[in-house]
Structure formats: C-alpha cells, structure tokens
Design a protein around this ligand. Structure first.
Ligand SMILES: [Zn+2]
Length: 185
C-alpha cells in the first residue's frame, strides 16, 4: 500500500494506517493520533477559502476567495491554499526562510506576515509537483464526533492567528496591484 491524499493535496497518509484489510476506513479511535487529527481537520477545511485569498479579501469579501486545494503544516496551524497561491507558500517555505518555522507555533502566522508584507513567489515559480497516483475510489472518511474532537473542528483562522480585518487593511499593501486580471481590477 502506498501514500494517499484525501480531498486536498499536501498532506499524505499511509494507506495502511487509514484503511483496514477490506479497504474500509479504520475507526478514528484506532488511527495514530497524528493521522486522526489530520483526517478530522481535512473534513473541516476541505474546499474552504484559501488563506492567502482571505488575507487579501477578508471575511467581508469571502466570496472572492478561491477554494483551497492544498494543505500544509500541522493540524490547527495548517495553511490552506488555492492553486494561485500555492507557489507563494512553497517559495516562502523553500527559499525565503519558511522552513525554519516547520513544526512551530509560528508557522502559520509567519507565512501570513510574509504574505501581508507583499512577498510573493517570482513569476513562473512552480509549487510542489504532485504525481497523480492517488486512487479516487477511497470510501468516505469517518465523521468525527464534535463532543470528542471539537477542539479540532473550529474554523476561525482570524481568531487563531489574532489578525483582524483592520490589521490586514492597516498593513497598507495594495494587493489589488499584484493581481492583474483579478476581480479587483
Ligand atoms: Zn488563494
């Protein structure tokens, strides 16, 4: 058995830690905690607005945000990104100091600060390459019980990193200028 992604690219799972010998999902309680936490978070963040888009548009214009296709980092300090912004994240992580925050509490916020300062990947920079070997016939992952895993099921990024819309606006970055062709034009 190999590694699989579920719903979003980025987080990879060992198939045998997820599935039993019949190809069915194991009960959440039987999964290693790290795997279980990711799986529960995925259910919350699947198709959620891209964090980078959100930094640009905020809650007021949440409809302008692209849906996330990628997830990086640890559960609850994960960064979720659309196709347009994934290369910015990968560039930050690989080339501009992001790697130093791997596994730390500052991981998420450091990327947001970097992004809010107006930093971006150079034109044409490629994000991670994914080989599409994932099976698309995985069964539905089990649903988590909010009573038991409620701490993993919240979805308020702003609250988590302590950034308000005002702070984002006060950063003074003219995001619109970065995106010719975006709806901000
Ligand atoms: Zn985005």
């Amino acid at each position: 058995m190999g590694k699989v992604s579920i719903g979003m690219l980025g987080w990879r799972f060992d198939e045998e830690e997820l599935l039993d010998e019949n190809g069915e999902f194991r009960p959440l309680e039987e999964m290693p905690p790290g795997i279980r936490d990711r799986l529960i978070r995925l259910d919350v963040i699947y198709n959620a607005p891209c964090n980078a888009c959100w930094l640009i548009h905020g809650d007021e214009n949440i409809d302008e945000c692209n849906r996330s296709k990628y997830v990086y980092g640890e559960p609850l300090s994960e960064i979720i990104l659309c196709e347009e912004h994934e290369p910015d994240f990968v560039y930050w992580f690989r080339e501009d100091g992001g790697d130093a925050y791997r596994g730390t509490d500052e991981f998420e916020e450091s990327f947001y600060e970097w992004f809010l300062e107006g930093n971006r990947a150079p034109e044409g920079y490629e994000g991670m390459e994914y080989v599409s070997t994932d099976p698309d016939d995985l069964p539905e992952p089990p649903k988590a019980d909010p009573d038991e895993h409620g701490d993993l099921m919240g979805d308020d990024v702003a609250e988590r990193v302590g950034l308000s819309d005002e702070e984002i606006a006060a950063s003074g970055v003219d995001f619109g200028a970065e995106y010719p062709g975006s709806s901000e034009e």
